[in-house]
Design a protein around this ligand. Structure first.
Ligand code: UT7
Length: 363
């Protein structure tokens, strides 16, 4: 009898604590920044090295140009380096210093090393203290997943200022021959970062709803197989270097299949986030889709009945930068005055895994 009473008291207490956290601590975007390499690669540039053309790329994807690091084999301009440049801007925008950051979440599919991840690289590059640094490996959905981790850590009172980064260098690993044209024309390099901070200010914005999903049975519909424990690693490369095929070392994408899933999952995840927060598509001031393909974004816009003013795309300039695409777009949207404090923003994604999800927030 005595024990039963104790357990119910503990249960009540945890519910009350959860309610206190939810009421008092908000996850607020305090600062944002992005960084892309200067080197612009146009569709015509690509047509010089592979059998493609501006018309095909523009019609199918909306992309006109993307950024690549100048030297394909540069060992200094790495993913962590791009992440650092974006982070410096985000930290300055937040009015903070690197010493104020108490956790890093770094999303990328193109890390500097096979291991360790880019988060620890960034901790060192920025000169943060010995804070925790987590890598998120969810490809195009990396930034949404990373924001959800940071939001949870802030809402439970664990950390106050979390640096959330999405960064990629794709250019080093793309097949620039005709064989790779279905993938290589799409991807670009870049980085975006957000400082997500705890606040109790009643006028500050907050993350209102988050959802994430996955369907791992489709892992090989969009993936790079090598190196890994399934298709082989350094041992295989040393033993039989000639047997490692282009199909394994370059990214593979079943474009049509991915496209069909994306146009179904995007509206689902957005609606799920809006429903959870008691909002509708009409309430949205801005929708930022992961910049996978302009046709996908336009399809989703139509499905949701959103006006052009409610949607932000910049894939035309940067291509698909996977984990970096949403924070780069968010940073540019704010720079251009498309998103203001107090506005309702939905950021949604779909990509390799398959993974998909949304973050709905008041900026
Ligand atoms: O961010 C992660 C999530 N990714 C996505 O959401 C991407 C989803 N998928 C897509 O965006 C589209 O499927 C692509 C843009 C990748 C491809 O567009 P598509 O309309 O599905 O084209 P396709 O793959 O069916 O190819 C059509 C034709 C083929 O020629 P044939 O067989 O009809 O003669 C391809 O060989 O276009 C050819 N092709 C190209 N032609 C010129 C493929 N790539 C190129 C190219 N330039 N770069």
């Amino acid at each position: 009898m005595c024990c039963e009473t104790d357990i119910s008291l503990i249960a009540d207490e945890s519910v009350i604590l959860q309610q206190i956290f939810e009421i008092m601590i908000k996850s607020h975007i305090k600062g944002i920044g992005h960084y892309v390499p200067d080197h612009i690669v146009t569709n015509d540039d690509l047509a010089k090295v592979m059998n493609t053309n501006d018309e095909w790329i523009t019609e199918r994807t909306g992309i006109k140009e993307r950024r690549h690091r100048e030297n394909r084999n540069d060992s200094e301009i790495t993913t962590a380096y791009l992440g650092m440049k974006a982070s410096e801007r985000a930290i300055a925008d937040a009015g903070l210093t690197a010493q104020d950051i108490d956790y890093i979440v770094f999303a990328t599919l193109s890390p500097d090393y096979f291991f360790p991840g880019c988060g620890v690289q960034l901790q060192h590059m920025l000169g943060c203290g010995t804070i925790g640094a987590l890598d998120v490996r969810n490809q195009c959905s990396g930034f949404v997943y990373a924001m959800s981790v940071a939001d949870a850590f802030i809402k439970t009172g664990l950390y106050k200022n979390i640096l959330v980064v999405g960064a990629e260098i794709h250019s080093f690993g793309l097949d620039m021959s005709d064989r790779g044209r279905g993938v290589s024309v799409i991807f670009g390099d870049g980085a975006g970062a957000v400082v997500l901070s705890a606040t109790e200010d009643e006028n500050a914005g907050d993350i209102l709803a988050v959802n994430m999903h996955s369907e791992g049975q489709y892992a090989e519909e969009l993936c790079t197989k090598f190196p890994g424990t399934k298709y082989g690693w350094s041992d295989r490369l040393l033993r039989e270097p000639d047997a490692v095929t282009a199909d394994e070392i370059y990214p593979y994408m079943n474009g049509n299949f991915v496209f069909k899933h994306a146009v179904t999952r995007f509206p689902e995840t957005i609606k799920e986030a809006l429903d959870k927060a008691g909002k509708t598509a009409e309430d949205l001031d801005l929708f930022i889709p992961h910049q996978a393909n302009l046709r996908i974004a336009q399809f989703v816009q139509k499905q949701l009945g959103l006006s052009d003013d409610q949607v932000f795309n910049n894939i035309q300039k940067y291509g698909n930068t996977t984990a970096a695409s949403i924070p780069i777009a968010l940073s540019e949207a704010i720079e251009q005055g498309r998103l203001k404090r107090g506005d309702l923003l939905c950021m949604s994604t779909f990509g390799s895994g398959f993974t998909w999800g949304s973050v709905l927030l008041e900026y």
